[in-house]
Design a protein around this ligand. Structure first.
Ligand SMILES: Cc1cc2nc3c(=O)[nH]c(=O)nc-3n(C[C@H](O)[C@H](O)[C@H](O)COP(=O)(O)OP(=O)(O)OC[C@H]3O[C@@H](n4cnc5c(N)ncnc54)[C@H](O)[C@@H]3O)c2cc1C
Length: 385
């Protein structure tokens, strides 16, 4: 909440960023939809409402839906904002607070003092990085730059396993591809709420599909390590909204993706490829789903598609905290899944509290306010033995 208020004030001045109040309206397609509310949302008191009540709130929703799970969020409790502008705002705010931000830097190595050849300083970590020209620069013609550090925090999303290896620890995050599409600008303000689907929540709850290659809450099963690519569709996941300028943005597919190594040097995700026929078919299936909820979408073409990589964990919970397997202070914030934009800033705040506090995970109590949230994200929970 503090973050949202802060960002709101900041962005309005510097980036003309609008943070708006939202409602969330969800729809249900089963007669027993009342039991389909995901537990995490119960705290915000969702209401199951009739088709008539739903159409009163959003007249353009399909009249074929049975009703909706609807939860009005209290004043100031929720917001939508532009991801790129928000990241720029956060970076600038960090700089103002004294943080040195080094852009286009790819970490090459993480050495502890015992392994490091440097004898000059006493910090436990020596980090080497290279400045890359662009995302596809291999860095071969760049010089290594070194810096020493007392504490290292790995916050590199799906690339944390690779960085973890450099530091000698295992971080079991898997990359998952997320895909989105949008229409051209249409008449604005036709739909006010964020819209999601209960179908995937229902399927993930009743028929969990995770296995060694598939984290929880994916729409397809991963088969990369077993010689295939990915399975056919397991469920339909959907969320979206109308932007202020009038575009409808929807998406939801979550497809296990092969590892990207090393760090920054990679092509933007093309597998399964939102430009390939297979990728387009997935996008089309998602659009058809969206059209079942908002029939007006059936009359409008897809103008743009995009995709990105999201960090998923084997048990679905984030990985935030100190890694006990490292003798030198090593922390991690990853595994934020499909909600890292919302969860990221709060993860940073809580991790900073833990670092300042200096405690190990095992010593965090249940009743310690914000810090107790970290009990669910212990990075050491995957350690064998
Ligand atoms: C299509 C799509 C839609 C989404 N929609 C939403 C949404 O509506 N709401 C929401 O909350 N979340 C959403 N997400 C999820 C969200 O984007 C992710 O959860 C979030 O980006 C994860 O943040 P992160 O910082 O942990 O990892 P990332 O954003 O993946 O950032 C990791 C960074 O580390 C860098 N890196 C890797 N290796 C190195 C190295 N060796 N040295 C230096 N840097 C390195 C990478 O280049 C990258 O910039 C969406 C994701 C996608 C793909």
């Amino acid at each position: 909440m503090l973050f949202i208020q802060n960002l709101s004030k900041y962005c309005k001045h510097k980036y003309d960023l609008t943070i708006s109040q939202i409602f969330w309206l969800d729809f249900a397609i089963w007669p027993n939809y009342a039991v389909l509310v995901p537990p995490i949302l119960r705290a915000s008191e969702p209401r199951v409402i009739s088709r008539e009540a739903m159409l009163n709130i959003e007249p353009l929703m399909s009249s074929e839906l049975l009703g909706a799970v609807y939860w009005p969020l209290g004043t100031g409790a929720a917001a939508t904002c532009h991801p790129r502008k928000a990241v720029l705002a956060l970076a600038e705010q960090a700089r103002e607070a004294g943080v040195k931000v080094i852009e286009r830097a790819e970490v090459q190595n993480l050495d502890t003092r015992e392994n490091s050849s440097s004898t000059e300083n006493h910090s436990p970590w020596q980090v080497s990085y290279r400045i890359l020209e662009d995302r596809m620069d291999s860095g071969d013609s760049s010089e290594d730059v070194y810096l020493s550090a007392d504490i290292v925090v790995l916050a590199a999303g799906s690339w944390c396993p690779h960085l973890g290896e450099l530091a000698g620890v295992q971080i079991p995050v898997r990359p998952v591809l997320g895909m989105m599409w949008s229409t051209r600008k249409l008449i604005p303000n036709q739909v006010q709420t964020l819209i999601g689907s209960m179908e995937s929540s229902f399927d993930w709850d009743t028929t969990p599909s995770q296995d060694a290659e598939t984290p929880p809450r994916c729409t397809h099963r991963g088969q990369w390590q077993s010689g295939g690519r990915f399975s056919g569709r397991l469920t339909r996941h959907l969320y979206g909204k109308q932007t202020e300028e009038g575009r409808f943005i929807f998406g939801g597919d979550r497809i296990p993706h092969p590892d990207h190594k090393p760090g920054l040097v990679h092509r933007l995700p093309r597998l399964p490829g939102h430009e390939s026929e297979q990728g387009l078919n997935m996008i089309r299936a998602n659009k058809e789903h969206a059209g079942e909820v908002l029939p007006l979408l059936r009359d409008h073409d897809i103008e743009r598609t995009w995709a990105g990589i999201m960090p998923f964990t084997p048990d679905g919970a984030p990985i935030i905290g100190r890694l006990d397997d490292s003798e030198s202070p090593l922390y991690c914030a990853t595994g934020l899944g499909g909600s890292g934009f919302c969860r990221g800033p709060a993860s940073g705040i809580i991790l900073a509290m833990l670092i300042n506090d200096g405690r190990l995970h095992a010593h965090i109590g249940d009743k310690e306010g914000l810090l107790s949230l970290l009990r669910h994200t212990d990075p050491n929970r995957f350690s064998v033995g």
